[in-house]
Design a binder for this molecule. Structure first.
Ligand SMILES: [Zn+2]
Length: 276
């Protein structure tokens, strides 16, 4: 599943290759991709609109249109975009297509059918349930150590579950949560409100660093407009995790075996010696 750095990369790529493009017609091929729209409406909301730019909030990719609407897309497990020319056939699992006036088209393909699209009035974007409850962006000034301190103090859940809650911390998925807790030296089992005050600043820095390093790594890849983001999804994005998917392997700091536990049905990896 793409996490925030991968989604940021995809949004930047889309902005580069379809920013400024004008949509001739939009086709919804799988109704459940956009449950809020009737199939004929989908085209009506998007046809003839120009894409001003593409940006992101949380893991939502946002196509800002010149008709005062925004097309929101969530990739979920396997959704991806492909910019194709007139001749190429639609690939299998094509669920939506934006046909551009220049003859090219942007295909949304989703093998596992969890992706989501929604057309929203841009003026009401921040009020949409997909956006409204999200925590501040991790690279923004609003996400500072003080913010983190306040949120931790209010939570009786484990630190791991706290970090995955996008209304508390935006952008950490299963991989980067484990990595950030390892770097901060804090046990994933510790209750959020019991994280010692003196370690919160460090935890904050580790969260931002883990995400920034992943983004830098992903950004170094060669873009392919016909397979946007290919090779950046899933567990292989870095392949050099300190704890993630390293159960039984030696901790790189103390050599103790890395442990795996289940928290909220998801695996957490940690070093029982380095993380307290
Ligand atoms: Zn260790």
């Amino acid at each position: 599943m793409p996490e925030l750095p991968e989604v940021e990369f995809v949004a930047r790529e889309l902005n580069r290759i379809v920013g400024g493009q004008k949509i001739a017609t939009a086709e919804l091929l799988r109704a459940r991709l956009a449950p809020d729209s009737q199939i004929p409406d989908f085209g009506g909301l998007l046809d003839r609109a120009k894409i001003n730019f593409v940006h992101r909030r949380g893991k939502n990719i946002l196509f800002d249109l010149d008709n005062r609407r925004t097309l929101l897309t969530h990739l979920r497990m396997s959704g991806r975009f492909m910019l194709l020319n007139g001749q190429a056939d639609d690939p299998k699992f094509t669920h939506a297509v934006l046909h551009f006036v220049d003859g090219s088209r942007l295909v949304f393909q989703d093998q596992r059918h969890f992706g989501l699209m929604k057309v929203i009035e841009t003026a009401r974007l921040d009020l949409d349930p997909s956006i409204a409850k999200l925590a501040p962006e991790p690279f923004s000034e609003d996400f500072g150590p003080e913010y983190l301190r306040e949120q931790l103090a209010r939570s009786g859940r484990s630190l791991k579950e706290f970090l995955l809650d996008q209304t508390k911390v935006c952008g950490l998925g299963n991989i980067y949560a484990s990595e950030a807790m390892f770097r901060a030296g804090i046990s994933p089992k510790r209750k959020a409100r019991n994280v010692p005050g003196v370690r919160i600043e460090r935890l904050h820095r580790c969260i931002v660093d883990v995400l920034a390093e992943a983004l830098a790594e992903v950004s170094g890849r060669t873009p392919n407009p016909a397979a946007i983001g290919e090779g950046v999804y899933g567990d292989g994005a870095s392949g050099d995790w300190r704890v993630y998917e390293r159960e039984g392997g030696p901790c790189r700091t103390c050599s103790a075996p890395i442990r795996r536990i289940k928290q909220g049905q998801r695996s957490t990896y940690y070093c029982p010696k380095c993380q307290r």
